[in-house]
Ligand binder design. Structure first.
Ligand SMILES: NC(=O)c1ccc[n+]([C@@H]2O[C@H](COP(=O)([O-])OP(=O)(O)OC[C@H]3O[C@@H](n4cnc5c(N)ncnc54)[C@H](O)[C@@H]3O)[C@@H](O)[C@H]2O)c1
Length: 388
């Protein structure tokens, strides 16, 4: 008999939609011992129409305009945090204290100190928890990790990640408010570092192990912007662009680049790794494809004959590829929204088996630590060590 889990969504914007869709999809596509009920969702009181329309569209049973009310309701089992970053700490701590299962969007927090308090709260309460670094569940990225773990890349030399967008180039774009809170440091914490590079760092450490040192540079191209809510022109305190060099504990080197000023790039998330035996590359603009360059067999050490060497374009849609046996038939692609469904399926499987899925909030804290070190390095203009 499937156990019912009542979900409380805190936030009903972009991620509210992505998660609501995952809760609806996960049951029919994965074999799980849970029945998920979208019990309640929170949205701002000044936008109640949107909140009610969201609840009606996604079949959420009730609405709340006070998130504290939602997280303490007896009929809520899971609190899912999909609000801007400055709220993550308070919602997560209150949910943990109320004994709820906690799922939280990235970045974990505004800074490491907040993140530590959040991890302490979920660990003290002993509640299951997860941070939504959903890109780990792109089948081609999961295959990237599998191939590295199989030793087919061998000793790693280079890891390079890019995460670029272009939506803030126009100087008239305001900061703050409902749609553009990502430009307001008081709400977002940081700019591209916490928003985009957090994803790249999470994926990089998952695939290539811990980063031990970073040196970074950031830039804010438009120095002042009007605030959407007050109209006041105020200095922009977030990083519009961030680039950093990294040393990984395994001896390899990394480069990371992120900007919201890469004209033509909407959500370009790429990664490449070059090792002794081979190389891998991925580009989210071509999400079902993994590039693999095979140089030598890790078992025998035998090299691929020169005339056959070349990049292989793996169409990651076979039943043998991560997650793909749960969706359609070989050759049929899946998309962005499935990464959330795959994440949720792994979380629920771990919850049932007692083998908690990663990344949990403690992993999110690790990424937060690296983000903070990157920003500290940019301020200091010096290499910063990152504790193991
Ligand atoms: N995993 C991913 O790939 C991914 C993608 C996008 C966003 N996110 C994260 O999800 C969280 C939510 O982002 P989103 O894109 O869904 O945001 P959004 O602006 O689309 O939605 C925000 C929600 O929070 C509510 N809210 C409460 N206080 C607010 C305030 N002061 N300003 C703005 N909204 C407020 C809004 O009513 C709305 O329901 C953020 O932490 C973000 O970093 C993650």
């Amino acid at each position: 008999m499937a156990k019912t889990l009542n979900i409380g969504l805190v936030g009903c914007g972009f991620m509210g939609r992505a998660h609501a869709n995952a809760y609806r999809q996960v049951g029919p596509f994965f074999d799980l011992p849970y029945r998920l009920v979208l019990k309640a969702c929170y949205g701002r009181a000044d936008n109640r129409d949107k909140l009610e329309a969201f609840a009606a569209r996604w079949g959420v049973e009730s609405v709340e305009t006070d998130w504290r009310q939602l997280v303490t309701r007896d009929d809520i089992d899971v609190v899912d945090v999909c609000v801007p970053n400055h709220m993550h700490h308070d919602v997560v701590v209150a949910a943990a204290q109320a004994g709820k299962i906690v799922l939280c969007e990235k970045p974990l927090a505004m800074n490491t100190a907040e993140g530590e308090a959040m991890v302490a709260a979920v660990e003290k309460a002993g509640v299951a928890n997860l941070i939504w670094f959903n890109y780990r569940r792109v089948p081609a990225i999961a295959l990237f990790k599998q191939i590295v773990d199989e030793g087919r890349v061998g000793r790693p030399f280079h890891y390079r990640a890019v995460y670029n967008q272009d939506y803030t180039i126009d100087e008239s774009v305001p900061q703050g408010g409902r749609a553009l809170w990502r430009l307001d440091a008081k709400v977002a914490g940081s700019g591209v570092t916490g928003d985009l590079l957090a994803h790249s760092i999470d994926t990089a450490e998952w695939i290539n192990g811990p980063i031990s040192q970073v040196v970074a540079a950031t830039e804010t191209f438009v120095k002042e912007r009007p605030h959407a809510e007050t109209g006041e022109v105020a200095p922009v305190a977030i990083d519009d662009a961030c680039m950093f060099l990294a040393r990984f504990a395994n001896g390899s080197m990394g480069t990371f680049e992120s900007t919201r000023y890469a004209r033509g790039r909407k959500n370009r998330n790429t990664m490449e790794m070059n090792g002794e035996n081979g190389a891998l590359c991925f580009d989210l603009e071509d999400p079902h494809v993994l590039g693999f360059y095979r140089y030598a067999d890790p078992q025998t050490g035998r090299k691929v004959e020169d005339h056959l060497a070349g990049w292989q374009r793996i169409h990651v849609t076979n039943f043998d590829h991560p997650y793909m046996d749960k969706w359609w038939v070989p050759g049929c692609t899946i998309g962005y929204e499935h990464t959330f469904t795959n994440t949720l399926a792994d979380f629920l499987t771990g919850l049932h088996d007692g083998s908690p899925a990663q990344p949990n909030l403690r992993s999110g804290l690790r990424t937060q630590l690296v983000c903070d070190a990157v920003l500290e390095s940019a301020r200091a203009g010096a290499w910063v060590d990152i504790p193991a």
